[in-house]
Design a protein around this ligand. Structure first.
Ligand SMILES: CCCCCCC/C=C/C(=O)SCCNC(=O)CCNC(=O)[C@H](O)C(C)(C)COP(=O)(O)OP(=O)(O)OC[C@H]1O[C@@H](n2cnc3c(N)ncnc32)[C@H](O)[C@@H]1OP(=O)(O)O
Length: 719
């Protein structure tokens, strides 16, 4: 797992060999330790270079090894041995140097990096801190403010930024190992004391207390509820205020608390879940490793409203050439300006040139004739979309993939309008489409595995986390949102306020509670759907209110707000008041309180005290139950798919892993017991009825999430 060889007469070259990314597994640590010892004891060796095989230095500790029983040599003494070595040790960094990998490089006496290398201490994103000396070494090398920023965000930086910060000594464009070996030869025999970072004082910072206080406040706000960023700040503070050895003790102390935390487990689960969703499968058995994606060089976006514009930007930024089509001239011109400005802004932020040249605009649908793939993003209206798919099927060259950005319509209906329904898939982006990481790739009953593979690959190219899901109402994300919103309305009927419900959800970790979120996305969207479904009936001021519709309990509260023109932020009024149309700051609205009181009085409902626990149980457990139904029915192939969708598309707090992981943390038996309890008192609310899979999982001893697939398969086979 690490190999010592000899080059240029006097250089011992230690190569980490743990593909694909040379993580510091027990065997790799052992290999480094033995190779170092051999090199240092060999009188022919005058200097040492450490590199990684296959163009990657090291992606840090092996996350799979984390747990109560870690075997092999500890990482801290291992890297300490490198720093105290009496021969110069040079890190030859290429590919990635992350986490423990960067810490390994920090204990070397010199760091040479290839210009394309990414460096960082991303432990915080795994619920940890850089616990192999990173919190003590980095501030001594690059100062406290820069270290705080890198360690609390886990941001990866380029070699150029690393050079600017003083994190690396030299950046090369040519062969990294060759450069490092030449460099090692040039420093053989030179004194090393000044090169040992642990021996340096931490750079002085005036107003130390004020700096740390401000950072702590920022971190608490930005990463609400997360414990790792706070521990990171505390550890860096130790570097600033304590001698190195004491700081190291503090780092270890803080690390041991984090290491066993539920948050670290959730975040590490999420790390692997993000990668697992790429290994998609369909109920037919087709999957990522049996299906080949087609290349997409040229794509079209049809409809340049908010979503179409965002998708155009994301495609252009991914280097795909785009034909952007909008039939209304005015909308087309506005879209052109908007896309240009967004690309310019993005280019300024990232320091690369904007990709505007890749886009051609047209108001003629015929312009899509020779593209490889079309993404339709016209209004969410079935008959309009059906017409568009008929046209696309007639215009596009044979083999063009036809994708819809619909968030709610039946993909099979759209596919049935085309000559080749196997070429139709959903690409459900989330607003703003160039920013949000999530993409649901929806397969209909006729979508070919090749079409799914192509959409998944294009999503990846656009920097999205793509999840393949089946074609059910609302797909995965929006379908699970329905019972969650429904419960929040019922809670209002029973005595809660929008403020109380939102507070509970925001304290849980959502960036916005359900009512603030609804105001942001617009209450009229759901109202239109409910009207189409025949659920929303005009209530007026004196009309009778029926709470049982379609055989189940229904709350018309959202409809009543819409009848009053309260569509949320865009009209300045919704569940809250915003001062003006388009306002963003939510203020409580006495009108809503009065409405709730009058509504309850009309229906003879008595308000009762409702606590945060009940809000969480009813909103979250009904959402979880729907997720389990989706798994049971096979519309998502794994709990990881659902969790990734919720974390990256719906603001589920990252440090809680996702709804399925959270349910397993709370205890599936507890979730079942609470759902049973609420369903008993609300038998007209079917979303509270625990699904078969939940009962089965509990009966099977509540296995961990990665074992659920065995049980879902059994249920699906029986169906
Ligand atoms: C042992 C005692 C504990 C002391 C702790 C001391 C303090 C140190 C802590 C750490 O170092 S924690 C780890 C910090 N490192 C990271 O967070 C890096 C994580 N990896 C990445 O960001 C990316 O993988 C990459 C290196 C940028 C490469 O990206 P790329 O897109 O090229 O490939 P991936 O598909 O992401 O990865 C390939 C493959 O490798 C697996 N993998 C990557 N990193 C790790 C890791 N650190 N541990 C275990 N496995 C890792 C990844 O899961 C992929 O495998 P599959 O999931 O596809 O099987």
């Amino acid at each position: 797992m690490a190999q010592l060889s000899y080059v240029s007469g006097s250089v011992g070259l230690i190569t980490l060999q743990n593909p694909p990314v040379n993580v510091l597994s027990a065997a790799t640590r052992q290999g480094i330790m033995e190779s170092m010892k051999k090199a240092l004891n060999d009188p022919k060796v005058k200097s040492v270079v450490i590199c990684g095989q296959n163009g990657v230095f090291c992606a840090g500790a092996d996350i799979k090894e984390f747990g109560p029983n870690i075997s092999g040599p500890s990482i801290v003494p291992l890297i300490y041995d490198i720093e105290v070595a009496n021969k110069p040790v040079v890190a030859a960094i290429e590919g990635s140097a992350l986490g423990g990998g960067l810490e390994l490089a920090l204990t070397c006496h010199y760091r040479i990096a290839h210009s394309k290398t990414r460096l960082g201490l991303p432990e915080v994103t795994l619920g940890l801190l850089p616990g192999a000396g990173g919190t003590q070494l980095l501030p001594r090398l690059i100062g406290i403010p820069a270290s705080l920023e890198l360690i609390t965000t886990g941001r990866h930086i380029t070699a150029a930024e690393a050079l600017q910060l003083g994190l690396v000594d030299h950046v090369t464009q040519s062969d990294t190992v060759d450069s490092a070996v030449k460099f090692a030869l040039s420093v053989e025999g030179e004194p090393l004391d000044s090169r040992r970072i642990s021996k340096r004082p931490c750079p002085h910072l005036p107003d130390l207390d004020a700096v740390f206080e401000a950072v702590m406040q920022k971190v608490r706000q930005k990463f609400y509820g997360a414990i790792a960023p706070i521990a990171c700040v505390q550890a860096v503070r130790a570097a600033a205020t304590l001698p190195f050895s004491e700081g190291m003790k503090r780092e270890q102390q803080l690390m041991s608390t984090l290491f066993t935390s539920g948050q670290a487990r959730a975040l590490q689960y999420s790390f692997f879940a993000q990668r697992a969703v790429g290994r998609w499968s369909m109920p037919s058995g087709a999957s990522w490793n049996t299906s080949k994606a087609r290349p997409v060089h040229r794509a079209a976006v049809l409809g340049l409203g908010t979503m179409g514009r965002g998708i155009t930007v994301a495609l252009a930024q991914a280097g795909v050439s785009v034909v952007a089509v909008e039939i209304q001239e005015k909308q087309l011109n506005e879209a052109r300006e908007h896309v240009y400005a967004t690309l310019e802004r993005g280019a300024q932020q990232s320091g690369v040139s904007p990709s505007c040249a890749n886009i051609t605009y047209s108001h003629d649908i015929q312009a899509v004739a020779d593209v490889d793939l079309v993404i339709e993003a016209v209004l969410e209206d079935l008959s309009l979309k059906e017409k568009v798919f008929q046209q696309l099927s007639a215009i596009c060259k044979p083999g063009t993939l036809l994708c819809s950005n619909t968030s709610s319509l039946d993909l099979n209906c759209l596919a049935s309008q085309t000559k080749n329904p196997e070429l139709v898939v959903g690409m459900h982006f989330f607003a703003p489409a160039h920013v949000m990481k999530l993409l649901e790739v929806v397969y209909g009953s006729k979508s070919s595995p090749e079409a799914v593979a192509t959409a998944m690959q294009l999503g990846k190219k656009m920097g999205k986390i793509s999840v393949a899901v089946g074609n059910c109402r609302g797909f995965v994300g929006n379908r699970m949102l329905k019972p969650y919103i429904e419960q929040s309305y019922f809670l209002l009927e029973e005595g809660a306020t929008p403020e109380l419900v939102d507070k509970a959800l925001e304290e849980f970790g959502f960036p916005m509670g359900v009512f603030r979120m609804s105001d942001l996305s617009g209450l009229d969207v759901g109202w239109r759907v409910r009207k189409e479904d025949g659920l929303a009936e005009p209530v007026g001021t004196s009309g009778q209110i029926t709470r049982l519709r379609g055989g189940r309990r229904y709350s018309p509260l959202g409809d009543i707000l819409c009848e009053h023109g309260r569509f949320g932020q865009k009209t300045g009024l919704g569940w809250y008041q915003y001062g003006r149309p388009g306002g963003r700051v939510a203020k409580s609205d006495p009108w809503v309180f009065n409405l709730l009181e009058e509504y309850r009085a009309r229906l003879g409902l008595t308000a009762r005290p409702i606590d945060q626990q009940e809000v969480l149980e009813r909103c979250l457990y009904s959402l979880i139950n729907e997720g389990l139904c989706i798994l049971e029915e096979g519309f998502a192939s794994s709990p990881e798919d659902i969790d990734v969708i919720y974390v990256f598309g719906y603001g589920w707090p990252k440090h809680r892993g996702g709804p399925m992981f959270y349910a397993s943390m709370v205890g599936l038996a507890t979730v079942l017991e609470r759902l049973d309890h609420y369903y008993r008192s609300n038998p007209d609310v079917p979303s509270l009825k625990p699904c078969k899979l939940l009962r089965q999982l509990v009966a099977s001893g509540s296995p961990p999430v990665h074992k659920w697939k065995e049980i879902t398969k059994k249920i699906q086979n029986r169906l």
